[in-house]
Design a binder for this molecule. Structure first.
Ligand code: PEP
Ligand code: MG
Length: 325
């Protein structure tokens, strides 16, 4: 079976009736590119940049970041690389940043909120990303966007940085795509508004599930409440994908759900364009996509959207993928 999955590496993720989707990898450092390519990733759908900031005593310099982003862009050889701007805060603090003590860190000063406050940190990262964009196919993605105001403020900073680079005569991709993580319910519910402001969405189901169901994604005591297949989450996912498509934008997913074989047929049927996951999940997900009709997947997604319980949905999907080998 492992051998069989390996043979899939260079085959496209295409359904029996010809619908093609993109399978990409989530990476945390440039070292992960090797496994991404070995497993047949057609791009990097999420480059978590936190590693650059962690396990050290000072902020990373523009040059250090530039080198890391450029390395990934070059090694991916023109395939899209979506770099997520700093998503620190919540559980991930930085000893040298003097973060506030918060009662609810996951509802607090984190990610884009921190970056819009500390524009010095944000600008350094955006400069490094823009400079690296001259060496490959880079997209920028903002985490933890809660409203159009966040997007506009972040883009204003991005435009300032672009103007600086222009003045200095430094090259970058002038058509660089800019998208957002949809991982806060308010963003999902207003996806029709946000779709007009961005080039793409990437649904972060880890946080979207946590915030939609008010359940800590890491708390063992409430783990049964953490349900990516909950109808509330599935409805939001559908709304986000449809909103993107209405504006001619693409909809990706980079939360764990994108790499869960039980979710593949549903997400395919909902019209998801890009599935980004840990590299080792790619062959399994690709195998499922290559063994089903898109028309069938749409029927199943529709059926699932009419179901009421996460447990039943999951059970149905388990039974279904048993038949795909
Ligand atoms: C998510 O929230 O689904 C996500 C991909 O981001 P992270 O897991 O890094 O919070
Ligand atoms: Mg997240």
């Amino acid at each position: 079976k492992v051998e069989k999955l390996k043979k899939l590496k260079d085959l496209p993720a295409i359904t029996l009736d010809g619908k093609k989707v993109m399978l990409a990898a989530n990476i945390g450092t440039p070292k992960d590119v090797k496994s991404a390519l070995a497993n047949g990733a057609e791009g990097v759908g999420l480059f978590r940049t936190e590693f650059l900031y962690m396990d050290r005593t000072t902020l990373p310099t523009e040059e250090e970041q530039f080198e890391a982003y450029k390395e990934v862009a070059e090694r991916m050889e023109g395939k899209p690389v979506t770099i997520r701007t700093l998503d620190i805060g919540g559980d991930k603090g930085l000893p040298y940043l003097d973060m506030p003590k918060e009662m609810n860190p996951f509802l607090g000063y984190r990610a884009i909120r921190l970056c819009l406050d500390r524009t010095d940190i944000f600008k350094t990262q955006l400069r490094a990303i823009l400079r690296a964009s001259a060496y490959g196919n880079i997209h920028i993605m903002y985490p933890m966007i809660s409203s159009i105001t966040d997007v506009r403020r972040a883009n204003a900073v991005l435009n300032e940085v672009k103007a600086e680079l222009d003045k200095e005569g430094i090259k970058y991709d002038k058509n660089i795509k800019v998208g957002i993580m949809v991982e806060i319910p308010s963003a999902a519910v207003t996806a029709d508004i946000l779709a007009k402001e961005v080039d793409f969405f990437s649904i972060g189901t880890n946080d979207l599930t946590q915030y939609t169901l008010a359940v800590d994604r890491m708390n063992e005591h409430v783990k049964d409440y953490y349900q990516p297949f909950n109808p509330a989450v599935l409805r939001l996912i559908k709304f986000v994908i449809d909103a993107a498509h209405k504006e001619g934008k693409f909809a990706a997913m980079c939360g764990e759900m994108a790499g869960d074989p039980l979710a593949t047929v549903i997400l395919l049927g909902l019209g998801l364009d890009e599935f980004s996951m840990s590299a080792t999940s790619i062959p399994k997900v690709k195998n499922i996509i290559r063994n089903i009709e898109y028309e069938k997947a749409k029927e199943i997604a529709e059926k699932v959207l009419n179901m009421k319980e996460a447990e039943k949905i999951q059970q149905m999907m388990e039974d279904m993928i048993k038949n795909i080998d």
